[in-house]
Design a protein around this ligand. Structure first.
Ligand code: ZN
Length: 399
């Protein structure tokens, strides 16, 4: 290759593939690593409580980048101590590469659907979610997220709308869903002006208070909640996850404290929402910080499950974001270079980590829509719709 051709090739590569790379450098002093590298297997096929924690956009490279940075290659994050691991597909009904709405709907309802859809199938049917089915069986239910609570992933568990972008409509569904504990942010979708953006004049937070919900608007108020039903929305938009805000670990601990007051058991979904957003922005430092905060919420779930002995903890992701790879790094986990190939989502299966009675059902490779079915079996919800269909990717409900 002569010099001019080389220049042309280099220019073409620069234009075609603007790969973003950076050395991970983030203060991890707020993080406490687990004491044990591996939790024991727990006997039994059924559990009283299920806690599902979803790291949005958290592929296994994101997990390992976080691990290397915080505890080195020989250390473990809390999520890596769970004794059972599996792999879960992420493709949606209409795309190889899913969005959070379709993947959330699959995990929540047992049915794959088209991207953007929340708890609705391509034909408009509205399959019951694992949260709703748990509630119908008398369990307490909860949702925690660091994004607006009406964002795609939590929405998929307690709303049925054709578009994830209609957050005011999702708030109406969520308010009517009967979910007992809602902790996160994004009150603007629940109220009209001046505090909110609702154009229909509905004040859903007032309505919920009239129905007996406790309302919390500050971190202190959220931490002081002592009974269900309760809703705590910190700000008008997503949390920034700064130290002056309640952390996702705080919110998870509080949700578990409230939900575990129900003797019938509970189902809780917790989402570390912004791991995805940092990956979209190719911000490796912030991505690792957000993933560590999420892992501290995992630690809360594990701690409760250890004490309780009848709780299944599951950690997974809805999809990978950023096409992240690690291309350089020292043996001790320092100077790790993260490279991104995309500012969007990528195809591929996601890891599933499980601990507690019923965990062994989560080993192997399966569809994201099977996650809901497996959780229904563990909770002994025998009338969960997908349980009675054979096809993994069935897109309609039988009657
Ligand atoms: Zn995303």
């Amino acid at each position: 290759m002569n010099a001019r051709n080389s220049i042309v090739v280099v220019l073409a590569l620069l234009i075609a593939a603007p790969l973003v790379a950076g050395t991970i450098s983030v203060d991890t002093s707020f993080y406490t690593a687990p004491a044990d590298k591996t939790l024991p297997l727990v006997a039994g096929d059924h559990a009283k409580n299920v806690i599902l924690l979803i790291g949005d956009g958290m592929g296994y490279c994101q997990v390992e980048a976080t691990q290397y940075t915080a505890v080195g290659p020989e250390g473990r994050l809390h999520m890596q101590t769970l004794p059972v691991t599996g792999m879960m597909s992420t493709w949606s009904a209409d795309r190889l590469i899913t969005d959070s709405a379709a993947s959330g709907t699959a995990m929540a309802t047992g049915y794959k659907t088209d991207n953007r859809r929340i708890g609705t199938l391509p034909n408009g049917q509205k399959p019951v979610s694992i949260l709703e089915a748990a509630e119908q069986r008398g369990l307490a239910t909860g949702l925690v997220a660091t994004s607006t609570i009406t964002h795609a992933t939590p929405a998929a568990f307690a709303a049925h709308q054709p578009s994830r972008y209609d957050q005011p409509a999702i708030a109406v569904d969520m308010a009517a869903s009967g979910v007992d504990v809602v902790l996160g942010s994004g009150y603007k979708y629940w109220q009209p002006a001046p505090d909110g953006v609702r154009e229909d004049g509905l004040d859903l937070l007032q309505q919920l208070q009239n129905d007996g919900y406790r309302l919390a608007r500050t971190g202190d108020e959220m931490m002081a909640l002592d009974r269900m039903p309760a809703i705590g929305l910190y700000g008008p938009d997503a949390l920034d996850e700064t130290p002056d805000e309640p952390s996702i670990a705080d919110l998870t601990r509080k949700a578990i404290e409230l939900l575990s007051q129900d003797d019938d058991g509970f189902f809780l979904m917790v989402e570390g929402s912004q791991i995805d957003w940092e990956a979209h922005s190719n911000e490796e430092d912030e991505l690792v910080r957000r993933a560590l905060l999420f892992d501290l919420a995992v630690a809360e779930a594990i701690e409760f499950a250890k004490q309780d002995g009848n709780t299944l903890v599951i950690i997974t992701a809805d999809h990978e974001t950023g096409g992240m790879t690690l291309t350089k790094g020292n043996r001790d986990g320092s100077e790790v270079v993260a490279q991104f190939s995309s500012t969007g989502h990528t195809a591929g299966s996601m890891p599933v980590f499980a601990y507690g009675p019923g965990a062994l059902a989560f080993t192997g490779l399966y569809e994201n829509s099977d996650l809901a079915v497996k959780m229904a079996r563990v909770l002994q919800i025998s009338d969960f719709p997908r349980l009675h269909q054979n096809s993994d990717s069935s897109q309609t409900l039988s009657d």
